[in-house]
Design a protein around this ligand. Sequence first.
Ligand code: HPA
Length: 247
Amino acid sequence: MNIPTPHNEAKKGDIAKTVIMPGDPLRAKYIAENFLDDVYCYNKVRNMLGYTGKYNGIEISVQGSGMGIPSMGIYSRELFEGYEVNNIIRIGTCGSLGNPKSSKIANSVELKDIIVAKSVDTDSNYLVSSNLEGKILPECSTTLLDKLESIAKKLDIKINIGKIFTSDVFYKDISGLIELSKSDILGVEMETLALYANAKALDKNAIALYTVSDNIILNKEISSNERENGLNKMIDLALNLAYECEK
Ligand code: HPA
């Protein structure tokens, strides 16, 4: 793949080998401006902002992925294949599925908890359309997971590791969600399948972590204040993981 790519105007060497990807490009800007030094904005195409800067003296990048599988599919592929990125760490929010007091695994997470996606279920056709169905398993990198677990322990941040569901539909029918709530799915979001599939297909590393922003079944969500503080813990985990990957 030639660079610049159709959706990224970065030049060779502009992007670090490890990229943190929030869905929201303005969150990429927030992370770059508040947590990185010597920041440089390498992409403004379609406002999908991307920055490279230093975290504790080590160069890392942070770039928006946009919402949904197609958008994550495009940006992660261009980073891996065009810009020779080795590691992508997705950070985002997800919905949980049910009564946190229930003994079922699927319902054991609460608002503001942090989830790490070890594997992914989906209602999307992305694997079939990419000719990857049956050829790869959409799972996170075990190397990144091992590193993240030890960072979480060191920072004393609880992480819930398990299966998530990447949905093609945000405004899902409630009966489908109730069915999902009976499974071992910890959270529902809309991007990780594409990231894990691209990483596996190209022999790269990816991991996704989320803050639970809403309980889809109980119709509850965290306040904007809680969103900020909760997300900062997840950002801290991602920055430390990126640092460990690059140092
Ligand atoms: N559904 C899909 N994606 C999400 C949700 C949700 O309820 N919450 C945060 N991201």
